[in-house]
Design a binder for this molecule. Structure first.
Ligand code: ZN
Length: 144
């Protein structure tokens, strides 16, 4: 990865962790779930409001490291407005991006800010930080 891109990704993560989007409890909500990462101490609660198979809104509360907060913030931005099916597919793409043995071939313009988290794959101990909110999101969905 070239250095400029790495700097950009670093900036995106810092900006989201300092000023998270969609932070706060969601009322009303159709589902909520908690996640805890004992390795790092990250805690997250994800609130979902589903309506007719679509994600009307997703928010989160919690505390944790910059990666866990940035990931939760980017996720809520990204999944709001998607169908439940699309959102689940994005979650699985995200897990694959972080854990597949092959280097992900990501186009920043296409993938959006979530691409900034791809670098986490180089730090296996931090992968749980990045995936915590996404697993909680899936747990919060009522439709299976
Ligand atoms: Zn963490």
């Amino acid at each position: 990865m070239n250095e400029n891109l790495q700097d950009l990704y670093q900036d995106i993560i810092l900006s989201h962790s300092k000023r998270p989007r969609n932070e706060g409890a969601l009322d009303p909500h159709t589902g909520r779930a908690e996640g805890y990462n004992p390795l790092c101490g990250d805690k997250v609660t994800v609130f979902v409001n589903e309506h007719d198979g679509r994600i009307a809104a997703v928010t989160f509360t919690g505390e944790g490291c910059a990666i866990s907060r940035a990931s939760a913030s980017i996720m809520t931005d990204m999944l709001s407005g998607m169908s439940v099916q699309e959102a689940r597919a994005e979650a699985h793409k995200f897990y694959t991006m972080l854990t597949s043995s092959e280097e992900p071939d990501l186009d920043f313009l296409e993938a959006g800010e979530v691409a900034a988290l791809a670098g986490v794959r180089q730090f296996p101990a931090r992968i749980k930080c990045a995936t915590l909110a996404w697993h909680a999101f899936e747990d919060a969905l009522t439709a299976s």
